[in-house]
Design a protein around this ligand. Structure first.
Ligand SMILES: NC(=O)c1ccc[n+]([C@@H]2O[C@H](COP(=O)([O-])OP(=O)(O)OC[C@H]3O[C@@H](n4cnc5c(N)ncnc54)[C@H](O)[C@@H]3O)[C@@H](O)[C@H]2O)c1
Ligand SMILES: [Zn+2]
Length: 364
């Protein structure tokens, strides 16, 4: 990757000094949401002032519902009215919602100004701050409007996880388990052992997991910046996961959906004879250790899920593309990174993978 990712307890306090040395701009716009701004933005702006770096805070109400074009417009208007020029920089201080929205403001303001990502949730540290995807939601779907705009620098301070609600900590761990599942079995074991410490917000455990996840995701992304090939393996668990989010009208959070998605997809791979037996069960145990759900709620039948799967962007000629594991830590590769599953077979497979064909004692 062309940018540095700094993961260090105390990094937030050291950020003004770091920006003064590594990413100096005549002016900064610190974009944050209402929760994070209250906790951390004031001190950051005072620190920047101490370094002779003028900065202003722009906030929007916390929550996915505000990651939209309206708030992209309002924040952009704020920069215009504030007289921010092409030489200004954006600091995105917050979770994935802030990172995506502030990143998209930076991507489009005067055709693009630099953004420094300062992730404050596990989701953002482990996943969204690295990779350069920015954007907003549309009533027709999530992340429908956006741009690739890699950050100038990413600075993650594991200490801020102390104030993050516990349920939010669980959500972030689904993607970390995914990183291990696709590329590093040892990391899965390590995460399993660190689960209690991670859920408690231990800065040491958080630092270890974030560093390893960033390494894995960064390596994949730098080899395939725009998602033509290898990057697709990051979609493990997401084909079924996205369908579950859609069918639940987004009432199932992303991490929970991906958690169930990974178990179902591993089980599906086992059914197809591609994934080593027992992989789904092992994955399920690890995910449960993080308080994540691993079985699809009974109300969500395969007949409700299938239409969402069939509208997946990876469908070609009626065949659904899915990333499958060979075993934990290794993706099964056919002619492409995704396996093509015939639409006709999908319902039967999905039923078996979700354990809807009568009791199946093997199922997690
Ligand atoms: N760009 C990408 O590659 C990518 C990848 C994954 C997810 N995402 C996006 O990320 C978003 C989800 O991110 P998220 O889970 O971080 O949600 P979020 O940004 O909404 O944060 C969750 C909640 O925690 C609060 N919060 C954040 N940091 C805190 C802290 N340190 N202490 C106390 N409270 C804190 C927030 O105000 C919010 O209420 C989604 O919009 C998703 O599409 C993007
Ligand atoms: Zn995801």
């Amino acid at each position: 990757m062309a940018y540095d990712v700094i993961v260090d307890p105390g990094a937030l306090e050291a950020l003004p000094d770091l920006l003064a040395r590594e990413a100096r701009r005549p002016r900064f716009a610190v974009i944050s949401d209402s929760n994070v701004a209250e906790l951390y933005a004031g001190e950051l702006v005072r620190g920047l002032a101490g370094q002779g770096l003028p900065a202003e805070i722009f906030t929007f109400p916390a929550g996915e519902a505000h990651k939209n074009r309206e708030w992209w417009g309002r924040l952009t208007d704020g920069l215009v009215e504030g007289g921010f020029g092409r030489d200004a920089g954006v600091v995105a201080l917050g979770g994935g919602v802030v990172g995506d929205l502030a990143g998209f403001v930076a991507a489009t303001y005067m055709r693009g100004i630099p953004v420094v990502q300062v992730p404050t949730t596990l989701v953002a540290m482990i996943d969204s701050s690295v990779g350069g995807k920015t954007g907003v939601d549309h009533p027709q779907g999530k992340n429908l409007v956006g741009a690739f705009h890699p950050p100038e620098l990413v600075v993650a301070d594991p200490r801020v996880i102390r104030t993050l609600p516990r349920a939010e900590r669980s959500q972030g761990m689904a993607e970390a388990v995914k990183h291990g599942a696709i590329l590093d079995e040892g990391y899965v074991t390590e995460l399993e052992e660190m689960a209690p410490a991670l859920l408690a917000g231990s800065e040491e455990a958080v630092g270890t997991a974030v560093r390893r996840s960033v390494e894995i995701k960064g390596d994949v992304v730098s080899r395939d910046e725009r998602e033509g090939g290898l990057r697709q393996i990051l979609n493990f668990g997401h084909t079924v996961g996205h369908a579950l989010e859609g069918v639940s009208d987004y009432s199932i959070p992303h991490g929970a959906a991906v958690s169930m998605g990974m178990v179902v997809e591993a089980r599906l791979g086992e059914e197809l004879g591609i994934t080593q037996e027992g992989t789904a069960r092992r994955l399920g145990r690890v995910l449960e250790g993080f308080g994540l759900p691993v079985t699809v709620p009974a109300g969500l039948s395969s007949s409700r899920i299938l239409p969402f799967l069939r509208s997946d962007k990876k469908v070609r000629d009626g065949r659904l593309g899915m990333v499958l594991l060979e075993r934990l830590g290794v993706v099964a590769r056919g002619r492409e990174w995704v396996h093509r599953i015939d639409g006709q077979r999908l319902e039967g497979l999905l039923n078996r993978a979700m354990g809807r064909n009568g009791p199946n004692p093997d199922l997690v």
